[in-house]
Design a protein around this ligand. Structure first.
Ligand code: SF4
Length: 407
């Protein structure tokens, strides 16, 4: 079998039999021609009964939308294809548990201004658009995306005003929806207004566009974003099958323009929940110079129980990565605590005993090794008094280490 990155370009004929090259490589054409119905999918795929039922019910669940490019990555004959499973609803979405939540991360309690979620002390989410180029079946923000109430220009203005008057915010994550669906001019205008706020140090953009519509990443966009460095892109590949030559080129174009790209993966049962799948994905990302950043345990969002992986299985999988491949490939495995507790790292416990003078650690191969503790315990850094003289304590910006209180 060919290595992932050497696979041929997607078979265009799968989704559109007679599309001109110029159309296929136009992101606007891809968005105009998104597949939104079971009838359209049935023309290019052999739909399984669970997919047919899921599609029939999707109007009551969460909208369906798939770019022709992403549809062309689907295995037309096998419903267990990880691209199909991420994009086509299953009947299992209707089976909603009491524990599942509309707002699993408690974001609606940290919503001090239109478009803004301010949950952590020094970071804020800025949700500027409610549309995506894919409607992922595992989406934790399905209550906000794909609806009929996009943020208005005055909402964006009010959100920017909040960012400007809140000096403890150092980092803004622009998200949605997918911000790269905006025109370059409009997005660059918003990014420029954030960059003009003196206390905001870093800007991030969360996007699945490199995965589902890589033709959107053109030089004009890259140049416009690079002008506002330090700016980072967080993208969202979940399976090595998504790392096509086009997707890799999109990431590399951003990187070549000086925009670092990181990746967040959601651990999805039956989609990427195997050692083999995860290793291939993370190695493939690193070859494309994309840093795997987070591996998320699935959030408890309504209709996604069938896609979540048991925590013990997640930890065991994680143990099969660390030590077995470069640390550069290993993301943080986290649970985003339901209700808004934030991201909590989980993983195998490598310390198996603690003693006053040593700890016993377990290596990735399962051997037990003594690690002797140092004799001195005082970790004070004397030079801090000099280097940080006259500066407030790190957590003391605007006098408080607290995140914005729930409203
Ligand atoms: S691209 Fe992101 S916001 Fe949009 S549906 Fe997928 S996970 Fe949700």
């Amino acid at each position: 079998m060919l290595p992932v990155l050497d696979q041929p370009a997607p078979a265009r004929s799968l989704a559109r039999a007679d599309v001109a090259d110029r159309d296929w490589s136009s992101w606007r054409w891809q968005l105009r021609n998104m597949i939104t119905s079971g009838d359209e999918l049935a023309r290019v795929l052999d739909l399984a009964p669970a997919e047919r039922d899921g599609l029939a019910a999707s109007a009551h669940l969460f909208r369906v939308g798939i770019t022709p490019y992403y549809a062309s990555l689907m295995d037309p004959a096998d419903p267990s294809c990880p691209v199909r499973m991420q994009a086509i609803p299953r009947a299992a979405e209707l089976d909603i548990r009491d524990e599942e939540l509309r707002d699993p991360l408690g974001e609606d309690h940290h919503h001090p201004a239109p478009c803004v979620i301010h949950k952590y002390p020094d970071r804020a989410l800025f949700l500027v658009v409610d549309r995506c180029a894919i409607y992922c079946r595992h989406c934790n923000r399905r209550r906000l995306v794909g609806g009929d109430a996009p943020p208005s220009a005055s909402d964006v203005d009010a959100g920017l005003a909040y960012l400007a008057r809140t000096p403890r915010i150092r980092d803004v994550l622009i998200s949605g929806g997918d911000p790269l669906l905006m025109t370059t001019e409009k997005l660059a205008g918003i990014v420029g207004r954030i960059r003009a706020i003196p206390h905001i140090e870093t800007i991030r953009i969360g996007t699945r566009i490199p995965v589902v519509c890589p033709m959107r990443i053109d030089d004009e966009l890259c140049r416009a974003l690079r002008a506002h460095a330090p700016l980072f892109i967080n993208t969202h590949f979940n399976h090595a099958k998504e790392l096509t030559p086009e997707a890799r080129a999109a990431c590399e174009r951003l990187i070549d323009h000086g925009i670092p790209v990181g990746n967040q993966t959601v651990l999805l049962r039956g989609i990427n929940s195997s050692t083999r799948s995860l290793r291939a994905l993370f190695r493939g990302l690193l070859r494309a110079r994309v840093r795997p950043y987070y591996l998320f345990q699935g959030d408890t969002v309504i209709g996604t129980d069938h896609l979540r992986t048991p925590v013990d299985a997640a930890i065991e999988l994680y143990g099969s990565l660390r030590g077995w491949m470069s640390g550069m490939c290993i993301p943080h495995l986290v649970i985003d605590a339901p209700g808004g507790g934030g991201k909590l790292p989980i993983g195998p416990d490598y310390i198996v005993e603690r003693h006053p003078d040593r700890v016993v650690v377990r290596t990735y191969r399962g051997e037990l090794v003594d690690y002797p503790e140092p004799r001195e315990r005082d970790c004070t850094v004397p030079y801090d008094r000099v280097y940080f003289a006259g500066q407030p304590a790190d957590d003391d910006r605007e006098g408080s280490a607290e995140a914005a209180p729930p409203l």
